[in-house]
Design a protein around this ligand. Structure first.
Ligand SMILES: Nc1ncnc2c1ncn2[C@@H]1O[C@H](COP(=O)(O)OP(=O)(O)OP(=O)(O)O)[C@@H](O)[C@H]1O
Ligand SMILES: [Mg+2]
Length: 388
């Protein structure tokens, strides 16, 4: 059995300043982040949740109607957070623009913002979203008015992207490549091809839009204008990186009870350890526990069946079918057998994860009947996270 993750203890601890929800695509990061923030606010902490691409209905229920890039107070009738719950959606383009404005002089800023190459990078560059999420986290932390900042992470394929992308982006915007780009005349354009060939994957897309075109000049102008700001950028990225490593930060890895998601979670757990970043635990989201809604007597029987490997209901269904008298009961038993099989499989997957990472605390959240798109749903997820 894995150690239990005590979510309320984590949320109530004044030393917890930042919670980062990571995980591979579609596992429930945004839902978990919003649910944690709502619960923390209800429990008395002044909380802001930084969401990234929330589903429209969820955003609406948080009162987020537009990407305005600043925290908004969430007020919902009958929801006892007073003025403590705030939410925002990350506007990656605007965050990037603000950063340029803050670091470059007004003339230079204008030059950068108007540059087509900048516009490509700031709105469609893969890695930019992760970088800007960290930048925004840095800003919220510097603001100093929050007890707790809950951070959602971008919908990337891999959880590791959140940690890798900023580094890759700053490498791209850094020394060697800058020099290659800023000296197109000398390199005769070959420099760019060399970059592509060298496998700078995330740069390829931007590069391919500029190769052989007028945009080459834009790129060169852009990096030259940017060059003077790199000191500032690196410093900030470094500061945020330190914040992520500080004991006030807690990473939560969200995973679905599926082999791929759990494998991804494993990589992430190992990576956090390598980086000395504090892991709070694993959220196993959308589980299918058999005992969830059964009354006690039946639950016990089901538990017995589970122990026996879940064959009993199937055998009983076969028996009923042979008699041909109770087709409904046979169908119910088959559904039940199916659920037992799913639950057993999920437990086995979790056991494998726990065996590899015995010290990682875990909390499970069952799959709710419906998508989570309002405060009531978030509260329900919050209760499940806390193990209620
Ligand atoms: N425990 C749950 N029960 C039912 N529905 C859930 C649960 N957790 C998440 N969902 C639903 O699953 C969908 C995906 O969840 P969510 O958006 O939180 O995932 P995500 O990890 O943020 O995805 P992405 O990687 O695309 O950002 C949403 O529609 C959400 O309402
Ligand atoms: Mg999301």
């Amino acid at each position: 059995m894995p150690a239990k993750l005590h979510v309320d203890k984590l949320l109530d601890d004044p030393a917890t300043k930042v919670i980062v929800c990571c995980g591979s695509g579609g596992v429930g990061k945004t839902t978990t982040a919003a649910a944690l923030a709502a619960r923390a606010a209800e429990r008395g902490r002044r909380t802001v949740v930084l969401t990234i691409d929330p589903a429209r209905r969820l955003a609406q229920s948080l009162g987020l109607r537009e990407l305005d890039n600043t925290p908004r107070q969430v007020t919902v009738e009958g929801f006892d957070t007073e003025d403590r719950l705030h939410a925002m959606m990350l506007d990656m383009r605007r965050t990037f623009d603000d950063m340029v404005l803050a670091h470059a002089g007004p003339d230079r800023a204008e030059q950068i913002l108007g540059n087509p190459f900048y516009q490509t990078i700031s709105s469609s560059f893969s890695g930019t979203q992760e970088y800007m999420a960290m930048e925004k986290l840095g800003q919220l932390a510097a603001d100093g008015s929050w007890d707790l900042i809950v951070v959602d992470t971008p919908p990337s394929r891999s959880a590791l992207d959140f940690l890798d992308a900023p580094q890759r982006l700053s490498t791209v915007l850094d020394g060697r490549i800058i020099r290659l780009l800023s000296a197109p005349a000398r390199a005769g354009g070959r420099g760019l091809l060399k970059i592509v060939g060298a496998g700078f994957g995330i740069f390829t897309k931007a590069i391919s839009t500029i190769i052989g075109g007028q945009l080459l000049a834009d790129a060169s102008a852009f990096v030259q204008a940017f060059d003077s700001m790199f000191g500032g950028f690196r410093e900030r990225a470094q500061k945020t990186y330190q914040l992520l490593r500080s004991p006030g930060t807690a990473f939560l890895v969200v995973a679905a009870p599926e082999p791929d998601a759990l494998r991804e979670a494993s990589y992430f757990v190992e990576r956090l350890a390598t980086e000395s970043m504090p892991l709070a635990g694993l959220v196993l989201n959308r589980t299918h526990p058999v005992l969830a809604k059964l009354p006690a007597g039946k639950a016990l029987a089901a538990a017995d069946e589970l122990d026996r490997g879940g064959e009993a209901p199937l055998a009983a269904a076969d028996e009923l079918d042979r008699g041909g008298e109770a087709p409904l009961a046979a169908a119910v038993l088959r559904v039940h057998a199916d659920r037992v099989a799913v639950a057993t499989r999920e437990q086995r997957l979790l056991a494998r994860f726990t065996k590899a990472h015995p010290s990682v605390a875990v909390t499970g959240v069952p799959a709710l009947a419906e998508d989570v798109h309002d405060l009531a749903g978030l509260r329900e997820i919050g209760r499940r996270l806390a193990g209620e």
